[in-house]
Write a protein that binds this ligand. Structure first.
Ligand code: NAD
Ligand code: WQD
Length: 340
């Protein structure tokens, strides 16, 4: 039996898809999550998708005793660390909560790993660490900065990992900088289920398509982009999940890898809305609003490092991202509270 991998935040949006990818690859996993932003019903969906039961521990990454007990119980081969708070606006209103959860939580996890002699980690970072990037596409060597407290927590965790690796080169660390993950598992059993009004474009579009929200607000059509709306690098969440498997495989030697996970292809808000409406045959009422504070015009990954170091690249196109997001939302109008 292979040693299991600990997946923190494994009942969340990206974590749950990664659990499925690992299980399909024959890699046993244990999920740790405090369920602060996910539903225990995700576990029923995972049980439907996987032949073998998935172990789940409800605990907080800030709880050192719980972590020590978990590391004593299992001989983990490594940790994939998704657990964190991720809402930019909320982080502006509650910076201390974000620092506590994301930074103190990560430091606590690293200390528990060190005590248990488990020094292989894949960390969820974000394109947000590029701040207001000057060059497109963005290479991993670009300057780093934070434009909000959420971004600062990612940067602080990245810095801690770089310092840890410099001090103790036994660590195997992959820092993965995700661009804009969207889509859902093709079964329609797993997907993104935000609480309240969605902050992100794709879940907002799917709720408008369902009639739960009247109209998509397009935040600005006067950017210096081909159609004036913001351009992003959207990638399918199942491609992103596969990136974690690739990263873990690449970490056979002690090292620190820093890799963008994106497609390198730009999609505007208008492209996204038009593609979603065409692929799914659903109208999306829309109106143009002023720009949203803090948004950049364009954000695109340079994906070459991921190909070179992880042998990873995306497989799914925008049509597939739109089709899968809509299948998930239309099959689950109440998210995970929708009866199976
Ligand atoms: P998510 O909120 O769906 O999942 C995060 C999970 O972590 C949730 O299940 C939550 O309950 C859990 N969690 C939070 N704090 C915890 C704690 N203290 N202890 C235990 N569990 C805790 O978010 P996601 O979209 O799946 O994102 C996963 C990771 O990827 C996050 O670190 C996020 O910052 C990062 N990320 C996400 C995006 C994105 O657009 N979704 C982009 C870049 C980076
Ligand atoms: C995409 C585009 C909006 C909603 C955020 C975080 C980032 C990362 C991913 C975690 C932009 C436009 C959006 C709407 C719109 N998360 N938009 N109407 O801002 O690129 O990134 O999520 O690390 O840190 O900042 O993604 O999906 O919010 O926006 O017009 O209702 O859609 O202006 O151009 P973003 P997004």
């Amino acid at each position: 039996m292979k040693h299991p991998i600990l997946i923190t935040g494994g009942t969340g949006f990206i974590g749950s898809h990664t659990v499925v990818a690992f299980a399909e690859a024959g890699q046993p996993v244990v999920i740790l999550d405090n369920l602060c932003n996910s539903s225990p019903k995700v576990l029923d969906r995972l049980a439907k998708l996987n032949a073998n039961p998935i172990e789940f521990v409800q605990a907080d990454i800030r709880d050192a005793q719980a972590l020590d007990a978990l590391f004593a119980r299992y001989s983990f081969a490594g940790v994939i660390h998704f657990a964190g708070l991720k809402a930019v606006g909320e982080s502006v209103a509650q910076p201390l909560r974000y620092l506590e959860n994301n930074v103190s939580g990560t430091l606590n996890l690293l200390q528990a790993m060190d005590r248990a002699n488990v020094r292989r980690l894949v960390f969820s970072s974000s394109a947000t660490v590029y701040g207001n990037p000057v060059r497109m596409p963005i290479p991993e060597t670009a300057a780093l900065s934070a434009t909000n407290p959420y971004g600062r927590t990612k940067l602080m965790c990245e810095d801690a990992l770089r310092e840890l690796h410099a001090a103790d080169p036994r660590w195997h660390i992959a820092i993965l900088r995700y661009f804009n993950p969207v889509g859902a598992h093709e079964s329609g059993l797993l997907g993104e289920s935000p609480n309240g009004i969605p902050n992100n474009l794709m879940p907002y579009i799917t709720q408008v398509a369902l009639g739960q929200r009247a109209c998509l607000q397009i935040f600005g059509n006067d950017y210096d982009t081909p159609d004036g709306t913001g351009v992003r690098d959207y990638l399918h969440v199942c491609d992103l999940a596969a990136g974690h498997l690739a990263a873990l495989r690449a970490l056979h030697e002690p090292q620190l890898l820093t890799v963008n996970l994106g497609t390198g292809r730009g999609v505007s808000v208008q492209d996204m809305v038009n593609t979603f409406a065409r692929v799914n045959g659903v109208p999306i009422p829309q109106k143009v609003m002023p720009r949203r504070a803090g948004d950049v015009a364009v954000s695109l990954a340079d994906p070459r490092q991921a190909k070179a170091l992880l042998n990873w690249e995306t497989q799914f196109d925008l049509e597939r991202m739109c089709a899968d997001a809509w299948r998930w939302q239309s099959m689950n109008p109440q998210g995970f509270d929708t009866p199976l």
